[in-house]
Design a protein around this ligand. Structure first.
Ligand code: 4AD
Ligand code: MG
Length: 453
């Protein structure tokens, strides 16, 4: 086989600047079509996919035959002259003059261009990452994360990393992953929030961004056992300020994705007009108003003679309950952008929520529901800053007090009003990319029935 001459290796997303020049692409064969005299090799190099047109007349019989035998996902090098696609502006191709097989596959690549079931694809996630849609999703994820970091870094926040091993629960004891820690019991963190409250007193504005863990026993489209959460916490900020912050973050992130990732959104066939609508101000409604929306919806269904699944009469939503996935879809369906639902009943929220001074049955909290039925993407609120009330909350939630002593110190030494929230990155990616399930939003999903690859 003829050696490729020394020509500079170029990343496929930079070849537009090399029109008329000879370059080398190094990557893997994504796809191949052939006619008698021409091969159309799609070369995937990690940065994009470039079609390389190889004419027998240009490369000779031997190289042409070698290229004909190359299998999907073999590692290859193709040299050729860059030219603009005759019909598609902004698209460039290579007319090949050289070709080198770097590593052939040892057998047939498991993921062929034909359809595969999701379980099969998830089992081959280590390879599935190479395909066009997955590539697009994870690039959007990258841009979302970068935007999140820029938003906080440029907004005067200090990054303070929270630990993964923790001695106490943050979000209730039912979803704790327990582990052994040198003879002691420890848990994988459910949220860095409590540590960020300590950081808020040290830095004013702090955020953490890391993996969090929930031993969810249910299989849903929205739950992962391991997910990434960004959690800002700000001293002397109240619930209204918290909602302003969440609104600023979400509109900033969506604008950044629209600016940088149009091509990926097109691959995902995302309706971008839905994202373009995401501008401030975002609607803010009280929990009570959300309940009214649900009950109107249920009354409509009753009027049409619809029953519950078990055949019983469709009941009104019970004040005090948290919303289920279906409820969230009904509520968010009334709005064309994320809706902030605030002031939930304290009984359905965590122990650290500050009670509304006007009504202690209500927590000064907020959930942000994504539009189009993508569900809750943000949860947060103002924190209880009164020592005695917080101690009562720990008791009422039947949590052991001792592991929270350090947290209570924050109320003993210069307690201060403060608020924050957590944005689940995978839920945000699912919404922005328009994906029905969170499993494709993270490189290697961890779910009830999946720990591999
Ligand atoms: O509403 P959550 O449980 O809130 C907290 O953990 C707070 N301590 C955050 C804070 O105030 N600093 O979780 C926050 C977000 C949810 O809105 C959702 O986007 C995501 O984290 N989330 C999950 N994402 C994927 N899989 C799961 N099992 C998730 N649980 C929560
Ligand atoms: Mg929540």
């Amino acid at each position: 086989m003829e050696e490729v001459e020394e020509v500079s290796v170029v990343a496929s997303d930079h070849i537009g600047a090399q029109v008329g020049k000879r370059v080398t692409l190094r990557g893997w064969l994504y796809n191949k079509r052939s006619s008698g005299k021409l091969h159309f090799l799609e070369v995937r190099d990690g940065f994009g996919i470039v079609q390389c047109v190889m004419a027998r007349a240009d490369v000779g019989d031997e190289l042409f035959a070698a290229a004909d035998k190359v299998t999907q996902e073999s590692a290859i090098e193709v040299t050729g002259e860059v030219r603009a696609h005759p019909k598609r502006p902004g698209v460039f191709e290579l007319s090949a003059t050289g070709f080198k097989l770097l590593a052939a596959t040892t057998g047939e690549y498991p993921i062929s261009p034909k359809e595969h079931g999701t379980d099969f694809l998830m089992d081959h996630r280590h390879l599935w990452l190479r395909s066009k849609r997955q590539h697009a999703i994870l690039r959007v994820r990258h841009t979302i994360i970068q935007a999140v970091r820029d938003f906080f870094d440029d907004g005067g926040f200090t990054l303070v990393d929270a630990p993964i091993f923790t001695p106490n629960a943050c979000e209730g004891t039912s979803t704790l992953f327990e582990t052994e820690y040198h003879g002691d019991k420890a848990y994988l963190t459910q949220s860095g929030q409590l540590y960020m409250e300590s950081a808020a007193a040290a830095f004013g504005k702090a955020y953490c961004f890391g993996p969090t863990f929930r031993a969810e026993k249910s299989k849903t489209r929205r739950h992962l056992a391991e997910f990434w959460m960004v959690e800002p916490e700000v001293a002397f900020m109240d619930l209204a300020g918290d909602m302003d912050l969440a609104e600023g973050l979400l509109t900033f992130v969506v604008a950044r994705v629209l600016e940088k990732r149009r091509a990926e959104l097109a691959i995902l066939e995302r309706d971008v007009t839905k994202l373009e609508a995401v501008k401030g101000p975002l609607p803010r409604i009280r929990y009570d108003e959300a309940v009214k929306i649900l009950n109107e919806h249920r009354a409509d269904k009753r009027a049409k003679g619809e029953k519950q699944e078990d055949g019983t009469e469709l009941a009104d939503f019970r004040w005090g309950d948290d919303f289920g996935a279906e409820d969230e879809t009904v509520i968010s369906g009334r709005f064309d952008r994320p809706v902030m639902v605030h002031r939930y009943p304290a009984e359905c929220k965590a122990f650290y929520m500050k009670k509304d001074p006007e009504n202690p049955k209500i927590a000064l909290c907020v959930d942000v529901l994504a539009p189009e039925g993508y569900g809750e993407i943000i949860g947060g609120g103002q924190r209880e800053d009164d020592l005695a009330t917080l101690e009562r909350g720990i008791e009422e939630h039947k949590l052991p007090k001792e592991p929270f002593e350090w947290y209570l110190d924050l109320r003993r030494y210069g307690t201060f009003p403060h608020a924050g929230f957590g944005l689940g990155i995978e839920r945000a990616v699912a919404w922005i990319c328009g994906l029905p399930h969170v499993r494709e939003t993270i490189p290697f999903a961890r779910m009830l029935n999946r720990l591999s690859p």
